[in-house]
Design a protein around this ligand. Structure first.
Ligand code: SF4
Length: 559
């Protein structure tokens, strides 16, 4: 079959540029090509950035994406010349007519530009070219999670589209491509992985999701120049060791916002002595055996998938050679999920003499000097650890299954073996007292020499998590009516209009509040959570800010 797969564009591309080639799109493409389909893949972020930079699209032209009435009307079949034009700009030069199917991925950022633009593009493709569309991406799952809020949208979607898929969509797209033209197909929604249907009572349900698969991404057909980082050429640098260290610092030590900023500055003014390199995203384990109560993984509905270590390293060797880069960001739930996997992985990297540099998530338990030494020798630069909170009382409440001793030991190991340790923290858990938060602050302050970067977030309720499903157990009462579909769009439109940076973008997951049954109400919890979050942000290392200022200066001199 002849197909195109479109990744819908996002707000982030306009604010920070494109840091990584799209891994999920490339994995989907790889699967379909292996299945024998002729596939063209398009990351529409690149088309949006191109149109934006050329002045063909501006802020005003995109505001309709936050206009509920216009989006729903278009999806219901109403004419709208401005939306047509938007779709034409993004699809310019792409041979859509005559294809057997177009897959549209909405991505997984839960922001409204990719969600709405993906649906609008799907409707445009159906109406203009008469081509079958299948829609997927993690954002679909999120829309089902909060379906009570998005009922109007789901009403329209289930009328407008035959194929909307939740979960890994690789097998579903292949199946739909082969059978969609058959009259009366599918005979039952359940024969397509994750296929969405509307039940008689209006509930949005879906067929069992596909099991995740470890697949090597295939980026062929994408314009990779959009994702380049400019690093020092180690082969010609007078001091290759120093060049290697500076490159590692740029790609693995700096926080993502700084990496993206450097990329944006360098893209406009490529520095002398530097060469472009991409960083490849790659995932080889899916889901998690732990069940931290706040985390979506705690619903345990998806089976654990761990790639075969030898095949994973073979993939890395292929990708490194094929795309001319030693740099990888792994997107696993955590790398040291199985000690035997880690040992095999590291041994295989050594056996192949592979020189790669990478980062991933990890847990402090299941980590020792021997394992971390092997990981470091296999190219590990940075590990992200979910610590969440600085006190064991709250760690136990949220079932983190971690002790402060393990955290301290892990941080010291990282420092000793030369791996940058980043921490993920959460403030605003139910009943987080001043003392609990004080423990977090004291821990971070006391270990500031061991921690490279702290990613702090405010707690919000994930409906499928243990805390979302059993709020009583945690002394919580969920408050569901704080936002509507329309009010969330208004918030997002105001943010988009203001041109504010991504750090102030509304969190569209943070829809439900909660009252403590024996304590504060949701308003006080949010306010205090925000204050605590600001305090943690203020504790960040000053050198990242200073580096940003330096880049800003370079940028202004070059201009
Ligand atoms: S927070 Fe991390 S360790 Fe805990 S369940 Fe989620 S993915 Fe697993």
């Amino acid at each position: 079959m002849r197909m195109a797969i479109l990744l819908s564009p996002s707000e982030q591309a306009l604010h920070t540029g494109l840091s990584l080639p799209p891994g999920t799109l490339a994995v989907m493409t790889a699967y379909q090509r292996q299945a024998g389909h002729e596939v063209a893949q398009y990351d529409l972020d690149t088309d949006l950035v191109r149109a934006w930079e050329a002045g063909a699209v501006g802020c005003d032209d995109l505001e309709f994406l936050y206009d509920k009435a216009r989006v729903l009307a278009y999806l219901s079949g109403a004419a709208d010349a401005e939306i047509d034009r938007f779709c034409e700009v993004l699809l310019a030069g792409k041979p859509i007519a005559g294809l057997d199917i177009v897959g549209v991925s909405l991505g997984g950022s839960f922001s409204w530009m990719p969600i709405h633009s993906g649906f609008l593009l799907a409707r445009f493709v159906q109406a203009r070219f008469g081509v079958t569309v299948a829609i997927g991406g993690n954002n679909i799952y999120y829309l089902t999670l909060f379906q009570d809020v998005y009922r109007e949208l789901w009403d329209v979607l289930t009328r407008a589209f035959r194929f909307i898929v939740v979960g890994p969509g690789h097998r579903a797209l292949d199946t739909i491509a082969r059978h969609a033209h058959e009259g009366g197909w599918p005979p039952a929604a359940t024969i397509v992985d994750g296929l969405v249907h509307r039940e008689p009572d209006g509930h949005i349900a879906y067929a069992p999701k596909a099991r995740a698969e470890v697949l090597r991404p295939d980026f062929h057909g994408l314009d990779l120049s959009y994702y380049q980082h400019w690093v020092t050429d180690e082969s010609t640098a007078p001091d290759p060791g120093a060049a290697r260290a500076a490159n590692a610092e740029q790609l693995f030590r700096w926080p993502s916002s700084l990496i993206q900023y450097a990329q944006m500055v360098y893209r406009r003014h490529p520095p002398r002595g530097r060469i472009p390199r991409i960083v490849i995203p790659y995932t080889f384990n899916y889901h998690c055996p732990y069940a931290c109560a706040f985390c979506a993984e705690s619903d345990r509905s998806d089976p654990l998938v761990i790639g075969d270590a030898e095949s994973v390293v073979a993939d890395l060797e292929f990708l490194s050679a094929e795309y001319g880069t030693p740099y990888f960001y792994f997107y696993n739930n955590y790398f040291n999920l199985s000690k035997s996997f880690v040992k095999k992985f590291c041994a295989e990297v050594e056996r192949r003499g592979l020189r790669i540099y990478w980062q991933d998530c990890a847990r402090f338990n299941n980590l020792d000097a021997d394992l971390l030494t092997r990981m470091r020798e296999a190219g590990c630069q940075t590990l992200w650890f979910g610590m969440e909170t600085g006190g064991e009382r709250l760690m136990n409440v949220v079932n983190k299954r971690l002790t402060l001793d393990q955290v301290e030991h892990g941080l010291e190991l990282c420092r000793r073996l030369g791996v940058w340790a980043n921490l993920e923290m959460i403030v605003g858990f139910p009943y987080e007292s001043v003392e609990d938060f004080g423990r977090t602050v004291r821990f971070l302050h006391g270990h500031r020499d061991l921690v490279n970067f702290v990613q702090a977030n405010r707690y919000f309720v994930v409906p499928s998590s243990t805390m979302g499903r059993q709020p009583d157990t945690f002394g919580m009462e969920i408050v569901r009516d704080l936002y509507t579909y329309g009010s969330l769009l208004d918030l997002n439109r105001a943010w988009f209009r203001s041109g504010r940076d991504l750090s102030s973008m509304p969190n569209n997951f943070d829809i439900y509040g909660f009252d403590e049954t024996e304590g504060r109400d949701h308003g006080a919890i949010r306010r205090e959570g925000q204050k605590r979050l600001n305090l943690l942000h203020a504790m960040q290392r000053p050198e990242f800010y200073e580096t940003r200022q330096m880049l800003k200066m370079l940028h202004s001199i070059a201009v």
